[in-house]
Design a protein around this ligand. Structure first.
Ligand code: UAG
Ligand code: ATP
Length: 501
């Protein structure tokens, strides 16, 4: 069991004041942001969520036996005799405390963090597959799951809270994990979940319209992502980032170059002056081939991920592992180890005469990229099925509907995760963006998928967008969905049966 002296712990945070007496021999058994989990001898830290404010639960934490409380707002009236440390940002403070509590596990591994609007999950899986293929011990954290040793743990967030993160990193270090790759969402960076992390390589994939419900402006969104590149490395209170891997095909690269003091490796599928450049790109429905050009040397690469954007993702992963000291001769061969990523241009098998895919595209850029790729290898018609998510980013709905109808021959509009928003309102906004008449609307997602696959003719492709790997849960608990790939498999079986009659 970990037990840390309270004075050693708070030494790592920038405090404004302490109210109450902190005895020199006070030790802390656990730190938690949840009053319900507090036990005698624990430290409770108040986090302001978007739903509720953790400062409200101080009384409960004190009643449960908290020995120390960290807060931003004045909570003296409800803290009783428990000493309170005041800070200006409890999100950052929690991360620094968790780093210290678990004894800086990120310093004991090579850490590769991936940020950007699209491609984070894919790049982390590529990095993991390359390193595993070269027999290294790896850990991973992201939207789909967390890999700690051989354990696979489902995740709620793209980037978990800092206590969960540091606790898992400690477990990884204790298992002698050498490399750790994680997705860094802009929201997490802004909330300080990765504050103080010792990052060997930070990757920026791209920046397009997303998460405006949280950041409100593109400038604020871009700034949040810079936080991981601007870590200065002056001690454990700040964390540090040693190498920045930046996408030269994204126009934001210049601002990220300016923001970082780290060494930069650029990558590109267009600009041959980039440090990592992909030449002679070709792809089929199942594989992509290209030559990686670095310092005038050429390395052939074969990946099971399809399309130009996945060449970009592969370049990012290769540049990152190279920055940690892996030889490119080895890394490029290990790329083919990744069979695919769940819900990312995932082929639904079984269809004899048509192609069926499930993809997680839920932003205008992702949708444009993936439909353009599928368009290229589709001989017949391209039929897309998608809806719009509820409660957030109204402005992207008409844009996605327009892109979908422009790049597909036929669209079946349907329901996505509506949350508490009425579906009629979402679909109205989507239809407002459509300039063609190549669409129909089937509200029930399952029926929409069944219909699209039943209507497909030989050589057509059906692609179901938006939910990818996400299945039978909904954050708001208002509607349950099946896994798109399972519904599609059922539709394919029905189609095959009908055709064989
Ligand atoms: C709004 C928000 O950010 N909520 C996060 C928060 O959930 P929560 O339910 O604990 O927060 P809350 O209800 O607002 O409570 C605030 C505080 O009060 C405390 N509390 C609450 C009740 C109580 O009785 N006692 C108590 O102490 C809570 O423990 C918390 O510290 O803390 C949880 C654990 O860290 C997170 O999983 C959860 O993320 C939710 C699920 C979420 O959806 N967050 C989104 C905004 C998010 O972070 N998304 C990004 C980007 C995703 C992407 O790229 O697409 C991500 O990284 O996932
Ligand atoms: N480099 C890229 N550029 C543009 N679109 C991409 C790129 N890589 C993947 N995509 C698209 O984005 C979708 C999501 O990919 P991925 O899960 O790797 O990204 P992500 O950044 O983790 O997404 P999220 O933050 O939404 O979980 C894919 O299904 C694909 O449609």
């Amino acid at each position: 069991m970990i037990c840390v002296k309270a004075t050693d712990l708070i030494d790592v945070i920038k405090m404004k004041k302490i109210v109450g007496t902190l005895t020199a021999d006070l030790t802390i058994n656990a730190i938690s942001q949840d009053s319900r989990a507090i036990q005698p001898g624990d430290l409770f830290i108040c986090i302001e969520g978007t739903q509720v404010d953790g400062h409200r639960y101080v009384e409960k934490a004190a009643a449960n036996g908290a020995s120390l409380i960290v807060a931003r707002k004045d909570i003296q009236a409800i803290a009783g005799d428990v000493p309170v440390v005041y800070v200006s940002d409890t999100g950052k403070a929690m991360s620094l405390l968790a780093n210290r509590f678990y004894d800086y596990p990120s310093e004991a591994m090579q850490v590769i963090g991936v940020t950007g609007t699209n491609g984070k999950t894919t790049v982390t899986y590529l990095v993991e597959a390359i390193l595993k293929g070269l027999h290294h011990k790896t850990g991973l954290m992201g939207t789909i799951e967390m890999h700690v040793g051989d354990e696979v743990i489902k995740t709620k967030n793209t980037t978990p809270d800092s206590i969960t993160m540091q606790q898992s990193l400690r477990q990884m270090v204790d298992m002698e994990t050498e490399y750790f790759t994680l997705e860094l969402s802009s929201i997490a960076l802004e909330m300080g979940r990765a504050w103080g992390l010792d990052v060997d390589v930070a990757i920026m994939t791209n920046l397009t319209h997303e998460h405006m419900e949280f950041h409100h402006t593109m400038e604020a969104y871009a700034e949040s992502k810079k936080l991981i590149f601007s870590q200065l490395g002056n001690g454990r209170k700040n964390g540090r980032t040693k190498t920045a891997v930046l996408n030269a095909d994204d126009e934001t690269i210049h601002s990220y170059r300016i923001a970082t003091a780290a060494e930069v490796i650029s990558y590109s599928v267009e600009d041959e002056t980039a440090d990592f450049f992909a030449a002679n790109i070709s792809y089929s429905q199942t594989q992509t081939h290209f030559d990686l050009i670095v310092n005038g040397e050429s390395y052939p690469v074969v990946t099971n991920l399809v399309g130009l954007y996945n060449v970009s993702n592969t370049l990012a992963a290769l540049a990152a592992v190279y920055a940690t000291g892996i030889a490119l001769e080895d890394a490029t061969k290990a790329v083919a180890n990744l069979e695919g990523v769940a819900g990312r241009l995932e082929i639904v098998p079984g269809a004899q005469d048509i192609g069926v895919y499930v993809d997680f595209a839920h932003s205008p850029d992702a949708m444009e990229k993936v439909l353009s790729v599928v368009r290229e290898f589709t001989k017949g018609r391209l039929i897309s099925v998608f809806g719009g998510a509820g409660e957030r980013e109204h402005e992207k709905r008409p844009i996605m509907a327009r892109i979908g109808t422009e790049l597909s021959d036929h669209v079946v509009l349907t329901t996505d995760d509506t949350g508490k928003e009425p579906q009629e309102q979402i679909i109205e906004m989507m239809i407002a963006g459509i300039e063609k008449d190549n669409y129909e609307y089937i509200e029930n997602r399952e029926e929409a998928i069944l219909h699209a696959i039943a209507m497909a003719e030989p050589e057509d492709t059906v692609i179901i967008l938006g939910r990818g790997h996400e299945s039978d849960y909904n954050d708001k608990g208002t509607m349950r969905y099946l896994l798109d790939s399972e519904v599609a498999a059922r539709a394919i079986a029905a189609r095959n049966a009908k055709r064989s009659r």
